[in-house]
Design a binder for this molecule. Structure first.
Ligand SMILES: [Zn+2]
Ligand SMILES: [Zn+2]
Length: 609
């Protein structure tokens, strides 16, 4: 059986620990700020937060927590945790709750939404009005809360908790509502886990792709071009093109056909596909052209579908695998933009496979194997797969239950065949069908969703796609949407952090820096550079007036894999002195030998130098 049932985070002990820590933190805050109004305090990935309204200062601005406040709160919180108070669950009628939380306006609003059957405490829609609300109490601290919690405060270890930072946050995430003060904290099973986490945070900061992207000259974000619209600098462009060419070659070998489509399309196209108005909020306002409305392309699928429809298709044409590095545009709030990983325009390594129902399983397997090949080549060995299905209680999914079942079964069978384990998550599907996502864990143990494969019976229906079968009759093809990298921008952002900017040789924007010791060695350095470039390598010559050690240091800071030092001896012997970015001195080597070695590593896409 290849299905994995992991305990969902919401049911884990860490979730209870963090949720309980949030309550105890709020208890401590109320000791120092008795008039603070409480908003919500949920566990989040790697920790928890709680939002408070501290009132306004003399200038009418929201009062904030100082760093000293945070220290005091953390110290008090630790004392409170050590006292062994039980968490007690109870319920209150809506009436009682209104009275009990009379001077907690945010809690009152939550109670009213529960009573009206609108939203739960976490802002998720609920099915029907609530008559009784759920309450958790420890000592004198009482919160409107569905839990779960640990049984005693002591189960949250004082030495495994830390408050991290504060930030402003709008109530309900709405800029028109009051601004609250959020305290972020983290809590773990024990001290060792906390320390490891804090170390990972430090590491992550040091590897931040926005900083490395600047230092290594990979990309730039210009305020005049616009936020979330990265500009690829020459070195970043080389890196990205190398990745694209690698995938192009892999696709060519697997029978994919390239296509190129424009960046906008008529609004009607997306109304037909259902991307509009489904995803209206993540799209830009339509553009008027000669009294017709066009959308900046949010997805490539409809364009590829029109290519399918450009001529009559027969079973002989299938599977038809159309591939494009297609740039799409989606709206993201400015506050959520982040370097290359959250942007407003990005390029999907997209492909749409049009297949007969009989071909579906084999084609799906082919795509899964391609993704595995891509990940393995990148040296990404720590990844898992997640089957995203529809949430039967949500209305955001189109298509019939029968379509969904067929799609989900096709994915299951394909995963079984390739012997791949996967977890299942309801509500993670695309609106048109189920999907298999590949989630990669980087060196810092952070999870990133990368590649995706989706089965789609719906769009062929919506666009009335057909092919003539062997029987001479019209049939409906099935579509597979897939993208191994996901988005080139995001993938490169993750790659930068995963490798800490020290890319494998085949991906390194500059693979070799020639380092002439004195000016008289520059012509020889240029001659070797030309020879290596002719062999397809990316080489720079450092002919600056810096001393040799400085040149080596500069190349190491740029994380260039090889430095080839040349002086009188090397010139005389047609050799180079090889050093690596890891500070290894490999000694002297004939130019031909270095060239052969490096070319071999590049060809194999080796992780080694
Ligand atoms: Zn709670
Ligand atoms: Zn698609």
């Amino acid at each position: 059986m290849s299905e994995v049932h992991e305990v969902p985070y919401e049911e884990s002990e860490l979730y209870r620990i963090r949720h309980s820590a949030a309550h105890v933190m709020a208890e401590a805050v109320l000791e120092f700020f008795p008039n603070a109004k409480l908003a919500i305090g949920p566990p989040i990935e790697d920790g928890f937060y709680y939002d408070f309204d501290l009132g306004k200062d003399e200038n009418g601005k929201p009062k904030t927590f100082s760093p000293e406040d945070l220290e005091k709160i953390e110290a008090r919180m630790k004392e409170l945790l050590k006292q062994n108070a039980p968490f007690e669950h109870s319920t209150m009628s809506v009436e009682e709750a209104r009275e009990f939380f009379a001077d907690q306006p945010y809690k009152l609003e939550l109670i009213e939404e529960l009573a009206a059957g609108k939203l739960d405490e976490n802002g998720n829609p609920i099915a029907e009005p609530v008559k009784e609300v759920s309450i958790y109490r420890h000592r004198n601290f009482v919160d409107l809360c569905r839990g779960p919690h640990v049984r005693f405060t002591k189960q949250v270890k004082a030495n495994a908790v830390k408050l991290l930072r504060t930030s402003g946050a709008y109530w309900r995430g709405d800029e028109n509502r009051p601004q609250l003060q959020r305290i972020y904290g983290t809590a773990w099973h024990n001290k060792t886990e906390l320390e490891e986490y804090l170390q990972r945070l430090e590491e992550a900061k040091a590897r931040d792709h926005r900083r490395l992207g600047r230092e290594l000259g990979l990309f730039h974000i210009s305020p005049l071009v616009g936020a979330g619209l990265p500009l690829w600098l020459p070195k970043g462009a080389v890196l990205r093109e190398t990745l694209e060419n690698f995938l192009r070659q892999a696709q060519l070998e697997r029978g994919y056909l390239p296509v190129i489509t424009p960046h906008i399309g008529k609004l009607d196209l997306y109304i037909t596909s259902g991307h509009y108005p489904y995803y209206k909020d993540s799209q830009y306002t339509p553009i008027d052209v000669d009294e017709e409305k066009f959308l900046l392309k949010p997805m490539n699928c409809p364009h590829h579908i029109e290519i399918y429809k450009a001529e009559p298709r027969s079973y002989r044409d299938l599977p038809l695998r159309l591939a494009e590095f297609g740039t799409v545009y989606r709206y993201e709030k400015s506050g959520e933009l982040n370097g290359l990983t959250r942007v407003r325009g990005f390029t999907v390594d997209d492909s749409h496979l049009f297949v007969t129902p009989e071909q579906l399983e084999d084609e799906f397997i082919g795509v899964v194997e391609l993704i595995q090949y891509v990940f393995n080549t990148m040296g990404f060995h720590d990844f898992r797969a997640r089957l995203g299905t529809n949430d039967p209680n949500s209305d955001k999914y189109a298509g019939t239950p029968e379509m969904w079942e067929r799609g989900i079964n096709a994915i299951r069978q394909a995963a079984e065949k390739v012997g791949m384990s996967y977890s299942i998550e309801a509500g993670e599907a695309a609106f048109y069908g189920p999907k298999l996502d590949f989630i990669f864990r980087d060196v810092l143990k952070r999870e990133w969703q990368l590649g995706t494969v989706q089965v789609d019976f719906l769009l062929p229906e919506r666009f009335d796609l057909e092919y003539t079968g062997e029987d001479g009759r019209k049939h409906r093809p099935v579509m597979i949407h897939r993208a191994p990298f996901g988005s080139m921008e995001r993938f490169v952002g993750i790659l930068i952090e995963h490798f800490n900017g020290a890319f494998p040789l085949w991906l390194a924007p500059v693979q070799v820096v020639m380092i002439p010791i004195a000016d008289r060695h520059v012509p020889y350095a240029r001659q070797v550079a030309a020879e290596l470039r002719a062999a397809g390598m990316r080489v720079e010559v450092d002919d600056s007036s810096d001393r040799m050690n400085k040149k080596i240091r500069n190349a190491q800071l740029q994380k260039v894999p090889y430095m080839l030092v040349v002086g009188d001896k090397e010139v005389a012997e047609e050799a180079v002195a090889v050093r690596t970015r890891n500070n290894e001195d490999r000694g002297q080597m004939p130019v031909a030998e270095f060239k052969e070695m490096a070319q071999g590593l590049i060809r194999e896409k080796s992780m080694a130098l």
